[in-house]
Write a protein that binds this ligand. Structure first.
Ligand code: XIL
Length: 302
């Protein structure tokens, strides 16, 4: 097929992108999105600070714009993200334990219920582990007050709220085999053994010269898949340009396709013009929406 989404669909996968609601009115942006992609992830609009800036008061407007745009064009939607230490309003961190627990569960329930049946996969918990060799949990209001059990509790609450959605744990620097991915692996294995509801693991896959595509990327995806979960590449971007960047993108796509439970790839933006990595050119379309060598490499690999 001649587009990313259609080619991925022929392989039983989706090919998605992060989308920002405030760019949907730009015709080149919307045309590229509508032509090439068949899944979207709101880049910021479903985060806690966007949806529940004040306790108990929920604003779904900008995320709804993206969901409606996607649904009316037959695209799938990934939900990102319910429980995360970042882009978290300060009121959450000020709550005492019992209150924090009910605020977390209420947030999950309200948000998932609002889009019930419309989200194919939810990042229920994002980035709960530290970088480095410790394999420890990251400090956050949830970790510090609720303890290790917060992740399990979030997943149980999420399953009850929208039983049809795939529930994912999502993180970065877990793309290869290392101490951090080992810690996530141990958690997922424990969840599967005890019947804690988890369906998928998201690998953000933000790569650059200091953190290139790992040589054991495919093997790492496969070992998670072998635990009985789907794996998804959720926020792919690769700094660089030209042939080197294209080769890296091709390697990522081939790794996913080689793992039967790798169900889809999402790049973290449509165009270099709006990449969160402002200094770089990490995406498939340049600032003028022209297809880059990386685009061709992805399409060829699909
Ligand atoms: C980023 C967005 O792209 C930026 O616009 C925002 O300012 C900060 O967050 N890991 C994640 C994503 O899970 O939500 C982050 O997105 C990038 C890193």
């Amino acid at each position: 097929a001649s587009t990313l989404g259609a080619s991925a669909a022929e392989k039983g996968r989706y090919f998605g992108t992060a989308v920002a609601a405030n760019h949907l009115g730009e015709s080149a942006y919307a045309n590229t999105l509508n032509t090439e992609f068949n899944s979207v992830t709101p880049e910021n609009e479903m985060k806690w600070d966007a949806i529940e800036r004040t306790r108990g008061s929920f604003s779904y407007g900008s995320a709804d714009q993206i969901v409606n745009h996607a649904q009316s064009r037959g695209m799938k939607v990934r939900g990102h993200t319910l429980v995360w230490h970042s882009q978290l309003p300060s009121w959450v961190g000020s709550l005492a334990t019992a209150d924090l627990r009910s605020a977390m569960n209420n947030h999950i329930t309200q948000v998932m219920t609002h889009w019930k049946g419309k989200i194919h996969s939810w990042d229920v918990v994002n980035e709960a582990f530290q970088d480095g060799s410790s394999g420890a949990r990251r400090s956050s209001p949830f970790q510090d007050k609720l303890g290790n059990g917060f992740i399990e509790e979030a997943f149980r609450t999420a399953r009850a709220a929208d039983p049809a959605a795939k529930l994912c744990y999502n993180d970065y620097n877990t793309d290869g085999v290392n101490a951090k991915s080992n810690a996530v692996y141990t958690m997922v294995r424990d969840f599967k053994a005890r019947g804690v509801p988890i369906d998928c693991v998201g690998f953000q896959s933000h790569f650059n010269s200091a953190s290139p595509v790992p040589s054991d990327y495919q093997a790492n995806l496969q070992r998670f898949a072998d635990l009985g979960v789907d794996v998804q590449i959720t926020e792919l971007d690769i700094e660089g340009s030209g042939t080197a960047q294209a080769n890296s993108y091709g390697n990522v796509v081939r790794a996913c396709l080689a793992v039967s439970r790798c169900t889809g790839i999402t790049v973290w933006g449509v165009t270099d013009k709006y990449s969160w990595r402002a200094s770089g050119t990490p995406l498939l379309f340049d600032g003028n929406y022209a297809k880059k060598p990386a685009y061709t490499a992805v399409l060829t690999a699909l």
